[in-house]
Design a protein around this ligand. Structure first.
Ligand code: ATP
Ligand code: MG
Length: 160
């Protein structure tokens, strides 16, 4: 699907601002795949996204729990956001035990290491963070729609 959007050389504040813009246009349900190498900034992006939806408590990394749920008290937008980190997912079937499949239609999912889900979960929108070792404070960001839900979401971002 075409309609990809690219940003280059964003510092952390700019990445966080972009997370806020995407959050403000988020659909009630869907899957945002956060991609990039270890340390690319996926969790940093997710944390800024959740904060901008009004999450005030601790935002724990789902490194070991694999999924951290958040109730969002703000309308319009998603009522529930799940932050997933599937790096340590042993088997895609574990997604059932984690309750992810029960929530999928009524929650927005922010997913790190979606590739580990073995096709059990699929992205609506992909956001790729790429760094340059010579410039550790900046990231290039590519946002690509996969489904119509993702394309509509991306189109709602200012200027598109
Ligand atoms: N422009 C930037 N955008 C995002 N993070 C940045 C940027 N510049 C520096 N950083 C730093 O890079 C680190 C990114 O770590 P983070 O945990 O978000 O990565 P991650 O992609 O979730 O890694 P993992 O794959 O281990 O889960 C943080 O320490 C953050 O402060
Ligand atoms: Mg992370």
């Amino acid at each position: 699907m075409n309609g990809k959007v690219e940003y280059s050389g964003l510092d952390q504040a700019a990445v966080e601002a972009l997370a806020g813009e995407l959050a403000s246009q988020a659909p009630d349900s869907g899957v945002l795949s956060l991609e990039g190498e270890l340390g690319a900034g996926k969790s940093t992006f997710a944390r800024a996204f959740l904060r901008s939806l009004g999450v005030t408590g601790t935002i724990r990394s789902p490194t070991y729990t694999l999924v951290e749920p958040y109730a969002i008290d703000r309308a319009p937008g998603p009522e529930q956001v799940l932050h997933l980190d599937l790096y340590r997912l042993g088997d895609p079937e574990e997604l059932d035990y984690l309750g992810v499949r029960d929530e999928i239609d009524q929650a927005l999912l922010l997913v790190e290491w979606l590739s580990q889900a073995g096709g059990e979960l699929s992205a609506d929108l992909c956001l790729l963070l790429q760094g340059d070792p010579a410039d550790p404070d900046h990231r290039d960001v590519t946002i690509s729609p996969v489904t119509l839900t993702g394309a509509d979401w991306l189109r709602r971002l200012s200027g598109h």
